[in-house]
Design a protein around this ligand. Structure first.
Ligand code: ADP
Ligand code: MG
Ligand code: ZN
Length: 634
């Protein structure tokens, strides 16, 4: 632990101790010696006019009573004001009742000492506030002397985990672009002698998990220079000013240790369009961003510091960040292609025992759309599965199981579904699968399951066999058919429909809408883009999509979308009606086995599935049990 952290903990300790002490005083102050029951007892003496003499200390609430039978009682009144109120008429009434012996009473003014004593909790609380404020000011970097709190999260990873370009598989173009940066960090003089202007900032853009962080670390590793890394989300702090002071600090340290790299991960957290977002601009973020811009403008080529930033979302970055002299070098880190995926798999299986049947090229082919992180996850899941099965090596079986797990989230076998739910899910998924099977351009069905997974009650998964760089109109129409196949099956078989199809319907609708407004697939509306796509409210920027067409066109779009959906749904109903035997068969199979893999699915659809596959499983397992008990008794 660093001394900075210790200091932080020390401050919190002081606060905690003060809090406890204050609590003790407060409890004492409020008179732990007299409970509610006692107080009501006291009042009852007054109610019955038994008190002939009393004195009350207005300071600490000490009440001394002398009753008619000369008993003396001392109490501490919890609330003096309330008590005085309660007995305000007592004296008058008592004197009326006992004209010959009037009440003797005395109010003692709060003595100086007890008054001071009663203020102790207040002082303590004030003290606590002061300590808290000092801590906050330090964290906010109110003065440079105290700003060590702002430094706590900067990690210098120079001597911790380094990566090299070898660890980054595939991504050849990205690495090539970064090699120049590495060369500069290694020989800054070579560049300054010739007067070359080296980029100050490099922005890595790409979907999550594609290896942006890894690439940045690899640059540091290759150049052998210090690496100061901070995540954008670290900046978004509770106290205003922390982010800005951290940025200042980051650059200070990097300059001191130059040549060096500053890495700002997830820069979109701070670098969003200023003044955007719901509920007004986020002041803190703006300050941080401004500080970042100031720092980037402030250093020169002589500082030998390069800022690398990573983001998943270039489109929401503040344009000021992308101006020349800031992040002027932008590198897109994309999804890996087949060769890239195979290379990544090679890296991550290097130190793992793989069975001879495992072919990385086959896995690479069946994992279109996986990122490097997904593939790493896949290999890890497979090794966990192999270990659980006490296997010595990872086989293809674990790989394919892990693939599905990575795509769809883990199975939830514990979630118990009713018979009715199962039947509904079985027909719903069978509807998707049968439609997929009979749509010419759809990917092959890999697995159909009615075991809940992630958010879904069941799933039908088909994986593409090749990388696709574009999608045709026919394919999109078929997408709509297969998406609506689930609902169509429910409608045909169960004479009632469910909410389980809501996600399918949403996706089908959005596909249809994109076909019309984005890809110009509608004959009526022509090849034109309607409306802008920045409608992600939660990410800030534009609120609602901006519409650049008339009401009339809007109505046309809605009609076209509706038409596409209706056609798709009719097609799904048609397919399922034509092949209703297979639908029933598949649903039956699913109800027994819960899932079906690609080979069995093909067999079933081709009518080659043996009869025995449709016998209820329960009986099977019962007979198995009977067998095993028999063997035992023998
Ligand atoms: P990002 O920052 O783009 O979200 P990361 O760099 O954090 O992604 O990648 C997460 C993990 O995925 C890495 O630690 C690495 O194990 C793996 N990974 C991603 N891309 C690659 C790649 N090209 N080669 C090898 N491993 C990769
Ligand atoms: Mg990352
Ligand atoms: Zn569905």
């Amino acid at each position: 632990m660093t001394p900075k952290k210790n200091r932080g903990i020390g401050a919190y300790l002081i606060v905690a101790v003060l809090l406890v002490v204050a609590l003790i005083f407060m409890l004492k102050g409020f008179g732990s010696s007299s409970t509610d029951a006692e107080y009501s007892e006291v009042l009852s003496y007054f109610d019955e006019y038994e008190v002939k003499e009393y004195s009350l200390d207005l300071g600490d609430g000490e009440l001394k009573l002398v009753l008619n039978d000369n008993t003396r009682i001392v109490y501490e009144v919890p609330d003096v004001g309330l008590f005085v109120n309660n007995i305000s008429d007592y004296r008058e009434n008592y004197n009326k009742k006992n004209p010959d012996a009037p009440l003797k009473m005395d109010y003692i003014k709060a003595s100086d000492s007890s008054w001071l004593l009663s203020l102790i909790p207040t002082f303590l609380i004030l003290g606590m506030c002061v300590v808290m404020m000092v801590v906050m000011m330090r964290q906010a970097g109110g003065g440079n002397k105290f700003s060590s709190f702002g430094k706590a999260n900067i990690r210098n990873q120079a001597n911790t985990r380094t990566a090299t370009f070898k660890d980054v598989a595939g991504a050849d173009e990205e690495k090539h672009e970064l090699e120049e940066i590495v060369d500069f960090l290694k020989n800054p003089k070579k560049y300054s002698d010739i007067g070359a202007r080296i980029p100050k900032g490099v922005l890595l853009m790409g979907p999550p998990g594609t290896g942006k962080t890894l690439l940045a670390r690899a640059v540091a590793g290759e150049a052998g220079c210090p690496f100061f890394s901070i995540s954008g989300s670290d900046f978004v702090e509770m106290f205003v000013g922390v982010g800005a002071s951290r940025v200042r600090d980051l650059f200070e340290q990097a300059k001191k240790n130059s040549p060096s790299i500053i890495f700002i991960d997830e820069i979109d957290a701070v670098g969003r369009h200023r003044g955007a977002g719901l509920g007004g601009g986020h002041d803190e973020r703006e300050q941080t961003l401004n500080q970042l811009l100031v720092e980037m403008d402030g250093f020169t080529g002589k500082d030998n510091v390069i800022v690398i930033a990573a983001t998943n979302r270039r489109d929401i970055l503040d344009p000021a960040l992308l101006r020349p002299g800031r992040f002027d070098r932008q590198i897109v880190v994309g999804y890996p292609d087949v060769a890239g995926r195979e290379a990544i798999l090679k890296v991550h299986t290097k130190n793992k025992p793989m069975a001879p049947d495992v072919e990385l090229s086959t896995i690479a082919k069946s994992t279109v759309g996986f990122t490097g992180a997904d593939l790493e996850n896949l290999v890890n899941e497979a090794s966990l599965l192999a270990a659980r099965k006490n296997k010595k090596a990872i086989t293809m079986e674990e790989i394919s199981e892990a693939t599905i797990k990575v795509v769809a989230g883990p199975e939830k076998r514990s979630h118990h579904k009713t018979e009715k739910e199962n039947r509904l899910t079985a027909y719903h998924e069978a509807g998707h699968a049968v439609c997929t099977y009979y749509c010419e351009h759809q990917d092959k069905v890999q697995q159909v399951s009615i075991i809940p997974r992630g958010m879904a009650g069941g799933y039908t998964m088909s994986l593409p066999e090749t990388d696709k760089s574009f999608v045709t109109k026919k394919e999109m129409e078929e997408d709509i058919i297969t998406l609506l196949g689930g609902r169509a099956a429910e409608y045909l078989i169960l004479d009632d429909i469910s909410t389980g199809a809501s996600n399918d319907i949403e996706r089908a609708t959005s596909t249809a809408r994109k076909m019309v407004t984005r890809y110009g697939f509608s004959e009526k509306l022509g090849p034109m883009v309607y409306g802008s796509d920045h409608n992600e409210v939660f990410l800030g920027k534009d609120i609602g999509s901006s519409r650049d067409y008339s009401e009339q066109v809007a109505a046309d779009i809605d009609n076209e979308v509706k038409g596409l959906i209706e056609t798709g749904y009719a097609a799904a109903i048609d397919i399922l009606n034509t092949h209703i035997d297979q639908l029933h068969l598949l649903a039956k199979y699913l109800l027994i086995h819960e899932k079906i893999d690609r080979d069995d699915f093909e067999k079933l659809m081709a009518g080659e599935m043996p009869e025995s596959a449709f016998e209820p499983k329960k009986a099977e397992s019962e007979s198995e049990e009977a067998e095993s008990t028999e063997t035992k008794s023998e």
